[in-house]
Design a protein. Structure first.
Length: 349
């Protein structure tokens, strides 16, 4: 049985990279790999000091080499794509030199102004995968060939408990609830989410925590909102399940100005909720598959739809099933693995 190790800054958490890495783990298992996980933080098989985003002590290279010893395939989840901890990025790139590796790029350094001076490492033994076509084209312009594999989703997700969750949140039956299922960072545009809720006369619910020092600004924004605000999954009933949050809401808002992909865009479709989306570049790429979404400034059109809905939700779900199904991920990943050849190629004799 070939073996694979998934390496990142952090794994097993609620962030988008961790969520997608877990899906890739499932696909690799289905393709016949044994899989271990390596990161600086999170519930992983090998926790390596110095790999986490906020660690400035330098990575433990001996521990990293030990975690990867004997592995046929290394899957590098964004740690060499977005050098938030440059020492960790360099250590992982060095450890992967000359060995079969898939670099899974959720973001690229030049997509963040303060990291634009960094380059993406490359090696003849590696293959690169992006989560959107725009990033694939940007890598190609820099001499790095990549394959696009879009994020994949369970198109028949568990059904959440709408009534119990709304009761726990003290949301009245006829009260609109706008869900922003993201963390709180400047690029997540919390102000835009609040503005939508205000325009609809709705309660605003921000699901994720503040990060990167955004806490004071978030407190200011929530305190100044002209609508009821809720923050954090802890306000739901005993179990904190994302499907309950989607079931409880009436509208999903993704007001971001920048996203590598933007999972709530697809999650809104599979959970059959209307989406109001911000003008981040990848949103246009995703919309071209045929999704019918509301722009962030279209609160009036959204209100009209809520008063008299058509088949928009069914159409969006059909698009998600056709192009973004988690069931199709192993088949989409297999050709990239085959292109690596040698150990770890599930098609090798």
């Amino acid at each position: 049985m070939p073996s694979a190790a998934i390496v990142s800054y952090r794994l097993g958490g609620p962030d988008g990279v961790s969520i997608e890495a877990a899906k890739w783990r499932g696909a690799l298992l289905e393709l016949g790999f044994s899989v271990s996980t390596v990161a600086g933080e999170g519930p992983v098989d090998h926790r390596v000091a110095g790999l986490s985003i906020d660690d400035d002590s330098g990575p433990d290279r001996a521990a990293l080499e030990s975690a990867l010893a004997g592995v046929d395939l290394v899957v590098v989840e964004n740690i060499c794509s977005l050098p938030l901890n440059p020492a960790a990025s360099r250590a992982v790139a060095l450890a992967c030199r000359g060995r079969a590796s898939l670099l899974h790029h959720h973001d690229l350094p030049w997509q963040r102004a303060h990291l634009a001076h960094h380059a993406v490492p490359d090696d003849p033994a590696w293959r690169h995968v992006t989560v959107n076509e725009a990033s694939r084209a940007e890598l190609a312009a820099r001499g790095i060939a990549a394959t696009t594999i879009y994020n994949a989703f369970d198109t028949e997700p568990p059904v959440g408990d709408r009534d119990a969750t709304r009761a726990a949140l003290a949301i009245e039956r006829d009260q609109l609830l706008v869900l922003q299922p993201t963390r709180a960072l400047p690029r997540k545009n919390v102000a835009g989410g609040i503005a939508l809720a205000e325009a609809l006369g709705a309660t605003y619910w921000l699901l994720g925590p503040a990060e990167d020092g955004f806490g004071p600004e978030l407190d200011r924004l929530l305190a100044g909102a002209n609508c009821r605000v809720l923050h954090g999954p802890g306000r739901t009933a005993a179990r904190e399940r994302v499907e309950d949050a989607y079931a409880a809401c009436d509208v999903v808002v993704l007001p971001s100005t920048a996203e590598g992909f933007g999972n709530p865009a697809l999650e809104s479709a599979v959970h059959r909720k209307p989406l109001c989306i911000g003008p981040y570049p990848v949103a246009d790429e995703l919309a071209r598959f045929g999704f019918d979404w509301f722009a962030l400034g279209e609160a009036g059109r959204l209100a009209d739809w809520l008063a008299d809905p058509d088949d928009l939700l069914e159409r969006n779900l059909a698009v998600a099933r056709r192009h973004f199904s988690l069931a199709d991920l192993p088949a989409r990943l297999a050709p990239v693995l085959a292109d690596l050849g040698g150990p770890g190629d599930p098609g090798a004799a």
